[in-house]
Design a protein around this ligand. Structure first.
Ligand code: AGP
Length: 610
């Protein structure tokens, strides 16, 4: 996510802004910039691609930029490649207004077209430049800075934490937020604004958490709040008790737990990025309905959890769109000299930099195949070289073990499956609408699961001494099992295997001993009875059995005593719910074992080498 900061006070602003941005580096970024109101009355903007150090070196640690009021930004690219031109702050043509923004303006194209018709030109690809010029448009129209902000909020759709400075009002920052975080601090004749608490903890622990659609006016040592009708409103500040490191995690103990809890929003954002007026639209991906209709086969490649997401997609796309789908480990596909037959190759990668996945994509291109990248990092290598790109909206994922990005990849797969099924008419119009409507209910169902994590936490504490854990399932329940097993082993270091439940009797069951923990995933109607009997076979050989099961799966009169229920949903989407207890199980076991949850031994977040 982007990070924004603002400062007004008796210090030179730029060094304070840079320090605040440094505290927000954990949010992930690819460029940065500051805008300061100079004593001579101008707005000075300095921006740089790359690390914050580049910007600091350009400005001698901020000392070269004079002025007591300014805003700053670290950009996590969502619209437009990482570049100096696209970096924030953005400004109007006369450089009398500058702004920074964290969020996504969903209707920025429509607004940009309206502003162009009113004579505006644009130098960047960003939605933020559009936002800045929209504020400029309303300031020119009404001559009222506060009204310019409120009119902006009434016109845009999406999420924003927006901070604006006006050249003709040197000691004031205006700000407004909707769905993107913003906090404000006031102390000792100074005022601070930021996306998150760590940026201002060195100056104050008394913080205002700005409400949605609340406007703030910051001046030296004071802040005034307004509603959208521009009536003053009052706010109570909060006393922050966290230390800086804990604050980076927003009060969560680990980034992984924070990111697990971000999944409802990430799933909703990823759905919303490709659904307009109730229809799945892959225009921005680059795939028209005509192009989708021409697809005769799909090969999915990825590594680790990305591969596991591909296994889910294989079941869902084949079942809904009746299209042949093959899923392969990228590290195998790249060397296999595959027989090709015009398939679309889908490359799944959170980082967009995984060496094996990039090589597999290049192999596909060598064979004359078109590629669709499902990636989370805008402008990453895989995104740049793919023919089509679907960007997941998971934001930066800090923890090495992926959770929210994996969930976003699943959503991308569901959307593609429903879209393919509709263009190929393998599902009816109303079935397609029903599937999309059910998909939109997943974020709330994930939230419901996260509110009842105590049971799985207790089970983890009861089973923390197990040396072997098996996960089994059929169909997409098998696909979830492999992801649950990977989560467990990569952060708890407990040996774990995942098997298609039907495979146990072909050798693996010989590994079952007294005390082996066997987790069954039970969501697929017509398959769960078989998996339950597989679980009971392992129990008769001494295993401790447990299950993640849909609410309508009966386990009465079975030996399964430890059941973790997930809400009912369409059978294609159960992986998004079944994986939640398994993510939490792995997390709690890692914590109980005293491991470095976010940075497990021997692992890197992105494996850019072979
Ligand atoms: C998942 O928890 C692991 N960190 C790892 O398997 C990861 O999914 C894999 O390395 C692929 O990374 P990518 O999605 O960035 O390509």
């Amino acid at each position: 996510m982007c990070g924004i900061v603002g400062y007004i006070g008796k210090k030179q602003a730029a060094p304070v802004l840079l320090e605040g941005l440094k505290r927000l580096e954990y949010r992930g970024y690819d460029s940065a910039g500051v805008a300061v109101l100079n004593p001579d009355g101008g707005i000075e903007i300095v921006k740089a691609k790359g690390r914050l150090q580049v910007l600091s070196d350009m400005t001698d640690g901020g000392k070269a930029v004079k002025g007591f009021c300014g805003i700053g930004h670290t950009r996590w690219a969502t619209h437009g490649e990482p570049s100096e031109n696209n970096a924030h702050p953005h400004c109007n043509d006369e450089k009398t207004i500058a702004a920074v923004h964290n969020g996504i303006i969903e209707n920025y194209i429509e607004l940009k077209e309206k502003l162009i018709r009113r004579g505006y030109t644009f130098y960047s690809q960003t939605d933020t430049e559009v936002a800045t010029k929209l504020v400029d448009y309303y300031y020119k129209k009404y001559g009222d800075r506060l009204r310019a902000i409120s009119e902006f909020a009434l016109r845009v759709r999406g999420s924003y934490a927006l901070a604006v400075i006006y050249k003709d009002l040197p000691d004031t920052i205006f700000a407004i937020r909707k769905d993107s975080p913003m906090i404000i601090g006031v102390a000792g004749g100074e005022a601070f604004l930021a996306s998150d608490v760590p940026a201002i903890l060195n100056y104050t622990r008394t913080v205002y958490y700005v409400d949605n659609l609340q406007i703030a006016r910051l001046e030296k040592g004071a802040v005034t709040f307004y509603n959208l009708d521009r009536e003053e409103t009052s706010m109570q500040p909060v006393q922050i008790t966290w230390d800086a490191e804990a604050a980076e995690k927003g009060g969560w103990e680990h980034f992984m737990l924070k990111e697990i809890h971000e999944q409802p929003k990430v799933i909703a954002d990823t759905i919303n990025s490709a659904v307009h007026d109730g229809e799945i639209d892959f225009t921005e991906v680059g795939l028209s309905d005509k192009a989708l209709k021409k697809i005769k086969g799909v090969v999915i490649v990825g590594c680790g959890s990305a591969y596991h997401a591909g296994v889910v997609m294989q079941y869902v796309i084949e079942d809904l769109a009746r299209l042949p789908v093959r899923v392969e480990l990228a590290s195998e596909y790249r060397y296999r000299n595959p027989v090709v037959n015009g398939e679309l190759v889908i490359v799944i990668s959170q980082s967009g930099e995984t060496a094996d996945s990039l090589a597999a994509m290049r192999e596909a291109h060598k064979n004359g195949l078109k590629t669709l990248a499902i990636v989370n990092v805008l402008g990453s290598s895989i995104a740049r070289e793919a023919d089509y790109v679907f960007y997941t909206k998971a934001g930066p994922e800090i923890s090495v073990a992926t959770t929210k990005a994996y969930s976003a990849q699943l959503v991308a797969g569901y959307l593609l499956a429903i879209k393919l099924a509709k263009v190929r008419k393998t599902v009816s119009e109303e079935c397609g609408k029903a599937l999309l409507s059910e998909l939109c209910s997943i974020p709330e169902k994930v939230k419901e699961l996260l509110n009842s994590k105590q049971e799985i936490q207790k089970f983890a504490s009861e089973t923390m001494d197990r040396s072997d854990v098996f996960f089994i399932g059929r169909g997409t329940d098998y696909a979830v099992s492999i992801e649950g097993s990977l989560k467990l082993k990569e952060i708890s270091y407990i040996h774990s295997e995942a098997y298609a439940a039907g495979e146990l009797k072909h050798g693996t069951i010989s590994l079952i001993e007294k005390g082996t923990l066997v987790f069954g995933v039970l969501t697929q109607k017509g398959l769960v009875e078989k998996t339950i009997s597989n679980l009971e076979e392992t129990a008769s050989r001494g295993a401790l059995i447990a299950a993640v099961a849909s609410e309508n799966v009966s386990v009465e009169s079975t030996g399964i005593k430890n059941v973790f229920r997930i809400p009912l949903t369409d059978m294609h989407f159960t992986p998004s719910l079944a994986v939640i207890p398994l993510q939490l199980f792995a997390y709690y076991l890692s914590v109980l074992r005293g491991n470095d949850v976010d940075k497990p031994r021997n692992l890197a977040k992105s494996v850019t080498v072979e």
